[in-house]
Design a protein around this ligand. Structure first.
Ligand code: FAD
Length: 357
């Protein structure tokens, strides 16, 4: 049976995959977005109940369509999911779900994608699988001995299960600060951070982090030295629950710990402190395991690219994984620039192939 070969397949229908679709639909190339989840919204569907954006709607929009104004300054995760689902409909993006891509191979100039719904073929592939599928927990001596609850932030929903417990939250980023703020309202908590937490000024929202990333990108592009200290604002966005928790003294770090025992942790001064639960807000790797036959990846899933273009396999691009695939590319406001550039490169890459067809 003749194989139907698409020009482009995008793996992942989250914000990154959708904005690639937004640019692809304007090229006339045949494309398809495959997503393993039955519903739209990408990994926003798995965020905790109270999760909000750390920038207002106006600074959290994908290319083409401003996110509708929210009732709150920081839109809720439900509003983000709704925006992504509407975005998909508004541009009639070609999305097939649920389709889980198991593996990607390349034979001559054609990619073969093995999925749970059969094989798909394409001349170019964009991997937009995100990070949610690769939660990261550091290897700490004795972790497997701990008798209490251990949970990664990707599974956290709300503080209810922790009521009456003594909980240590690990990690100095936005997830750590926001989850600690919530749990510390209902029970005794401690905060373990490798570095001293750096809070943004209260009157600054997350889009300033995007401005700093943009300034760095354009300075480097123009060959001008970039002095980060002039921007050193911190990295924890002071969303209301975090401001409230800081003001009641709940956001104070005990530093880090080097070992875990059955009932708690061993602090850097050697003293022991008992806990009933550990919540790991220690981030994510990159969910690129399905590309293992095409590229070498580091432990965390990162693979050599020139911005989004694979440095190892012609015809493969990676979008939305943050810094190494383009500044701020793991954010709603930032992913559009690299999606647009990726589709332009794919058009140039496919033109000669098109002409020879
Ligand atoms: P995802 O949203 O993870 O989507 C990837 C899609 O690929 C998923 O639907 C998944 O089902 C699919 N997929 C994966 N593997 C396969 C496969 N093998 N086959 C088929 N489909 C597959 N960003 C902001 O802009 N503003 C914020 O305020 C903000 N706050 C955040 C707060 C938290 C706590 C976190 C964790 C992230 C936050 N982010 C924020 C970042 C943002 O949520 C993510 O970067 C974003 O979800 C990445 O979008 P994506 O499309 O690249 O990946």
């Amino acid at each position: 049976m003749e194989k139907y070969i698409l020009d482009v397949i995008v793996i992942g229908g989250g914000q990154s995959g959708l904005v690639c679709g937004y640019y692809l639909r304007r090229t006339g190339l045949t494309y398809l977005i495959l997503d393993k989840q039955p519903n739209c919204g990408g990994s926003w569907q798995h965020g905790w109940d109270s999760l909000t954006l750390f920038s207002p709607a106006v600074h959290s929009s994908l290319s083409g369509w401003l996110m509708p104004k929210s009732l709150n300054f920081f839109p809720s995760k439900v509003e983000v999911i709704d925006y992504l689902c509407q975005y998909e409909k508004k541009y009639a993006l070609q999305v097939q779900r649920p389709v889980e891509v198991k593996e990607v191979e390349k034979d001559n100039a054609i990619f073969k994608l093995t999925t749970d719904k059969g094989d798909f073929y394409a001349r170019a592939v964009i991997s937009a699988t995100g990070t949610y599928g690769k939660p990261y927990i550091p290897e700490i001596q004795g972790r497997e001995k701990f008798k209490g609850i251990q949970m990664h932030s990707s599974s956290y929903k709300n503080a209810e299960p922790f009521e009456g417990m003594k909980v240590i939250v690990v990690g100095e980023g936005n997830s750590g600060a926001q989850i600690l703020a919530e749990i510390s309202e209902v029970t005794q908590t401690a905060w373990a951070t490798r570095n001293a937490p750096e809070f943004l000024p209260d009157d600054v929202d997350g889009h300033v982090l995007f401005n700093v990333a943009s300034a760095k990108y354009y300075a480097e592009k123009a060959g001008i030295p970039f002095d980060p200290t002039q921007y050193n604002l911190g990295n924890i966005v002071m969303v209301p629950p975090v401001v409230e928790a800081r003001d009641r003294g709940a956001l104070v770090s005990i530093g880090t710990f080097k070992e875990i025992y059955e009932n708690g942790v061993v602090l850097s001064d050697g003293s022991r402190e008992s806990f009933d639960a550990i919540v790991w807000c220690t981030g994510f790797g990159y969910d690129t395991g399905i590309l293992n036959k095409l590229v070498q990846t580091e432990e965390n899933g990162k693979t050599p690219t020139v911005e989004t273009r694979s440095a190892q396999t012609e015809g493969l691009w990676l979008v939305g994984y943050g810094g190494w695939t383009g500044y701020a590319s793991a954010t709603l406001i930032g992913v559009g620039r690299t999606a647009k550039q990726t589709v332009q490169q794919i058009q140039e890459y496919l033109t000669p192939i098109q002409e020879s067809k």
